[in-house]
Design a protein around this ligand. Sequence first.
Ligand code: HPA
Length: 235
Amino acid sequence: MSIHIEAAPGAIAEGILLPGDPLRAQFIAENLLEDATLFNRVRGMSGYTGTWKGKRVSVMGTGMGQPSLSIYVNELLREYGVKRLIRVGTCGSFREELPVRGIVLAMSACTDSGANRQRFRGMDYAPSASWSLLSKAAAAAAARGERFLVGPVLSSDQFYNEDGDAWKLWARFGVLAVEMESAELYTLAAKYGAEALAILTASDSLVSGELTSAAERQTGFRKMAELALDTIIAD
Ligand code: HPA
């Protein structure tokens, strides 16, 4: 039991999938995992543990944005001994080579957040994915015949930006897409000697203005969750 998670000791697996939306965690538990049991209901942030291909896996929502994710991931790492964390989420594409519905394996995460500026006393840390999880995800995606891009993303603190063109600077420097959580996930995993990766599907494109429908997001989410599950159980 931690401040925001009511799970009993041992109720959370060493490998956990982290969607932003707790209803997506419920979707994974009900449609993909076997024998899933609920371990958290505090603040409606559903968390479940079950099995995938016979191996124990957990899934839990993080909420939107780095402060919310930070609370849950801190507690998962400090109090529950989680070792492998894979964020499964959506992103907005910054680059033509990433079409909507495309999958990104986020190798690193830039950020406009002040959190790491505070943590590192004004210096710039480079939040990076676990190479082990990244290479396993690339192999699992190839085995499933799924195309993907590997590269940097931006973890922004603002969904509604005052400057509508601000994204173009990041795009010019090769950043593939924007989302709101991965930089904090990677930083915390590094601090606690755990492995982390974000697998993202482009739900919209800032380049073309295209948006996916809710039905497409659901189908895309299922594929991405299966890829993340294959990755988290890979030896
Ligand atoms: N901005 C931030 N996060 C996102 C976006 C976006 O455009 N699309 C999906 N997640």
